[in-house]
Design a protein around this ligand. Structure first.
Ligand code: AG3
Length: 286
């Protein structure tokens, strides 16, 4: 066997480390994209078990086959709990998956603020099942820094969704108290914020920090949970924040048809506090 063909047969392996000694790996069929943007490194792999995988700075952001767990859970608890969501803001979410879920509701307008144009282009090209949401006339996609936008805008929204990446690199500020204070100022009365807050198993210290300041900012600050097989620990945490809406009060509206994971039983169950993994319980709140 020549050196050349041996090289070609070497499997294309991608690894994300969740700690220095463990993580997740994929043997990819091929790499469809590898680029460096002003903000981050962006890659798209084609895999057998997860379909196409979007990776930013070495961290798995979404995969074709499991994205519905994350996007449904980020969007539906807030959208269903709000009595009449008309104007929705998405910070991040440049792949379009969160926007797709929002547009299942009869909203008037959904604005998406993504910092990196390359993420939007990659999604358009490689993830049409997520990014076809960009074509909806109610969608407005802006390439801008969400943290700057939220400080400068005087618009108000019924629901704000933070579809950020991990608190390293460009998304660090999107996990801090100051940013949430500004988000709160952009809410209509009765408005709701939902955000992704990290791995239940691997990022507990980050969750504890967030629990401490979110509980000061909002009357109802509740974490909720759901599976995401390709993310660290496979079990993900989200925040539901509102001064008026209690997420666990009974929901009388039906979720949109065609969802793969979220339903009203999941809504009730996902706010259950699992003992030591409830970040609020550790500081004796509620
Ligand atoms: N945003 C959250 C991704 C977090 C994944 N973290 C990791 N693999 N370490 C995903 C954006 C999807 N719209």
């Amino acid at each position: 066997m020549s050196g050349r063909s041996a090289r070609r047969e070497r499997p294309l392996e991608f690894r994300e480390y969740h700690t220095p000694t463990n993580g997740i790996f994929f043997i990819a069929r091929r790499r469809l994209l590898k680029a460096r943007t002003p903000f981050q490194k962006i890659e798209v792999f084609e895999t057998d078990s997860f379909g196409r995988v979007l990776v930013l700075d070495g961290l798995v952001q979404t995969t074709e086959n499991d994205e519905f767990f994350y996007h449904e859970m980020l969007v539906h608890p807030a959208l269903i709990a709000h009595p009449n969501p008309r104007r929705v803001l998405i910070i991040g979410g440049g792949d379009g998956g969160t926007l797709r879920e929002v547009l299942r509701y009869p909203v008037e307008k959904a604005q998406l603020i993504e910092i990196d144009a390359a993420v939007v282009s990659a999604a358009r090209k490689y993830f049409p099942s997520l990014s076809s949401s960009f074509l909806d006339p109610r969608a407005e996609v802006f390439i801008a820094d969400g943290n700057t936008f939220i400080r400068q805008s005087d618009e108000r929204f019924d629901v704000i969704l933070v579809d950020s990446s991990d608190p390293v690199g460009p998304a660090t500020v999107l996990h801090q108290k100051d940013f949430y204070g500004h988000l709160k100022d952009r809410l209509e009365p009765g408005g709701i914020i939902a955000a992704q807050s990290g791995s239940v198993f691997f990022q507990r210290s980050q969750l504890r920090k967030k629990a401490a300041f979110l509980g000061q900012l909002f009357r109802f600050a509740r974490f909720y949970f759901g599976p995401v097989p390709a993310y660290p620990g496979g079990w993900w945490c989200y925040e539901f924040l509102s001064d008026r809406v209690d997420p666990v009060r009974p929901i009388r509206r039906q979720p949109p048809a065609g969802l793969k994971y979220y339903n009203l039983e999941i809504h009730r169950a996902c706010f259950a506090r699992p003992g030591i993994f409830d970040p609020f319980s550790e500081r004796g709140r509620r």
